[in-house]
Structure formats: C-alpha cells, structure tokens
Design a protein around this ligand. Structure first.
Ligand code: SF4
Length: 341
C-alpha cells in the first residue's frame, strides 16, 4: 500500500509529482491564457466573466496581444516553463503551436511546457503538431466520455499524458473508474482539484446546494470526495495528486509573486512573505529634502524604501505625509493596500 504524502489541508499525493506541478510549486511557470473560447459550458467552470468565451489572451495577469508579450513576461519572472490554459487552447491551435515554438526557441528545449484541454479537438494531427512544436505534457479534463479517445491518441503519439479533473461531489466513484482506466492506457498521473467557488460559478454551484465550506473557496463535499478518491487509489500505480483551493492561493500564486517580485522589484521595494511589493510613499512641500537621493521622484511625491522610515520622520517631521504601500508584482502593479504611518 502506498504512503500518502503532503499536507491534508493543502495538497496530497501518491508517487512523484509531474514536472509541471513541481515547477508550479516553485512559482516558476508562466501562466498562459491563450484564449477564453471553449465549446463546453461546464456549470462549475472557474474562468472569470471577463475572460470566458472571449478570444482574449493573458501572460500571467497581463493582457497579451503578441507572442513577444509572453516572452517578456517569462523573462520578467525568470520562468522555467509555461502552463497553457483557457478556454480550450486547441481552439486556437495555430496560436498555441506558434507560442510553444517561440518559447522553446527563446528559452531552450528544457523550458517545460504543459497544456490543458478537454480533448474535444485533440485529433491525431493536432497532437502530432503539438509534439513537434515541443509540448512536454498534456493534461485532459475529459468533459465527455467520447473525449477519452483523445487521451489514448495522445499516449500513442508519445506525449506525456495526465488527467486533471475537479473533485465534483458525488463523482467519486466515476473518477476512480476513470483513473483505473487511465492507468491501463499508459496515462502517467491524475490531478484532482478541489472544486472552487468564485464570482462566476457561485450561482450554478449554489443552486446545486454547494457553498464554501473548506479553506478559502472550497465547495462543500469536494474535499471529502478527493479524500475518497485518494483512499480508493492507494494501490494504483498511477501518480495521484490532490490540489486544494488553498494550495493554489497560498503556494502557487504566492511563490510566483515572490519569484516575480525578486526579479522585477525596484531598488526601494521589498518583497514580503505574500509576494507583495512594499515601499513608502511620501508627500512633502520640502523642496530640499534628501528623498530624491533615496528613491524615485514622481509628480505626486516620492517612493522610498521602508528602511528609511525613521530617518525621514526625523528629517521632515510634520512636513511629510507618509504611507506604507503594498502592490502586486503584476505588470500593472495593482495596489493592494495603503496606510498612513
Ligand atoms: S472545459 Fe474547462 S474552460 Fe471549458 S467550460 Fe469546462 S471548465 Fe470551463
């Protein structure tokens, strides 16, 4: 019997984690949203209103309009790989292939690229093209039974294949059966995600009696379903990974923010434990202060490192208003908090 590894509130797994997951855990994967278009309409779909069904592209949180936008964002975070998602990336197959080729050309063949799809459009030709372009790993969320053929085709063309499914309450037995089938077909792993409630899917989930009841956004019964699946697959040879909603926030996003912040911060910014950039903003009427030497002058005031707080207070006293600012390290530098200090 295999030993279950990890932390039951965050993430659990049997066997080795897929390389794509290891890199996500380090925050080293560029998140590529290649199109919001999808021919499915899963009631639990987590894709936001501003993205779902729209042919919009994002490199991490930044809207992308060209392949270069993805490359720049990958440099900004010192990415070691990319995870291509949507929508269904195979609905924009040409764009997806060009992007994989571009990333491999720019960062080398070791730059690890994985992709998520329902399998609806995963014809043999499409899979061969993806493999030729350099795709390292493909993950299927087979929304219909007939899409399982695509999973078998992907194994046959020699791709590293996994399944990625939400732990829908009531679907435990079905997912166990799917995992056993996958093991026989040469699939390498199954990732089971805790079902998450968000602004877009909370209506349909609430109407099915599902509420947030685990961690930050986990739907009632999803965690228990995942535990049931893990228990049933303890003797399977398939690598099994359970990923909670907390894991996505506390581990994946946070480590990615820390990584971006360390690479892209300005000299007067510090990266805190949540991956946010921290600095002081100072407004003063004193034209002769030393603030410009310490940081950066803007039309509204000065940005300075928080380590100078006491020195600035001594120098300027009541002639300065000082705020402590926290920003996300995304391309827009979204302000998360500001307070007067
Ligand atoms: S297949 Fe994925 S992107 Fe498409 S509707 Fe279902 S969950 Fe959303």
């Amino acid at each position: 019997m295999r030993q279950l590894l990890g932390n039951k509130e965050i993430a659990l797994h049997y066997g080795e984690l897929p390389l794509g997951c290891k890199l996500c855990r380090e925050g080293a994967k560029l998140v590529v949203f290649v199109t919001g278009q999808c021919s499915d309409s899963c009631y639990y779909c987590p894709v936001s209103e501003e993205r779902f069904g729209k042919d919009r592209q994002f490199a991490n949180e930044k809207e992308a309009t060209s392949l270069e936008d993805y490359v720049m964002e990958a440099y900004r975070m010192n990415a070691l790989g990319a995870g291509i998602t949507g929508g269904d990336p195979l609905l924009s197959l040409n764009r997806t292939i060009l992007l994989i080729e571009k990333l491999k050309e720019e960062f080398g063949s070791g730059f690890h690229v994985h992709l998520y799809t329902s399998g609806r459009y995963a014809t043999r030709d499409a899979l061969l093209e993806l493999k030729r372009a350099g795709l390292d790993e493909i993950r299927f969320h087979p929304t219909r039974e007939e899409f399982l053929d695509a999973v078998e085709r992907a194994v046959t063309v020699g791709l590293e294949v996994g399944l990625e499914v939400p732990a829908l309450p009531g679907d435990g037995e079905k997912i166990v059966k799917l995992a056993k089938w996958a093991e026989e077909k040469g699939v390498k792993f199954i990732n089971i995600n805790e079902l998450e409630l968000n602004e877009r899917n909370s209506g349909p989930l609430n109407s099915r009696g599902l509420r947030i009841s685990h961690g930050l956004a986990g739907a009632s019964g999803s965690y228990e379903t995942a535990l049931f699946i893990l228990q049933k697959l303890r003797d399977s040879k398939l690598n099994v990974h359970y990923c909670s909603s907390v894991y996505k926030d506390v581990v994946e996003t946070r480590t990615r923010f820390i990584r971006i912040g360390r690479k892209d911060r300005k000299p007067y910014e510090e990266v805190n434990g949540e991956g946010l950039l921290v600095k002081l903003f100072i407004r003063t009427t004193d034209e002769n202060s030393s603030l410009e030497e310490l940081g950066e002058k803007t039309e509204e005031g000065y940005y300075v490192s928080q380590k100078f707080l006491e020195d600035i207070r001594k120098e300027l006293g009541t002639r300065a208003e000082i705020w402590l600012i926290e920003e996300m390290p995304d391309a827009k530098r979204l302000k998360v908090s500001e307070r007067k200090v």
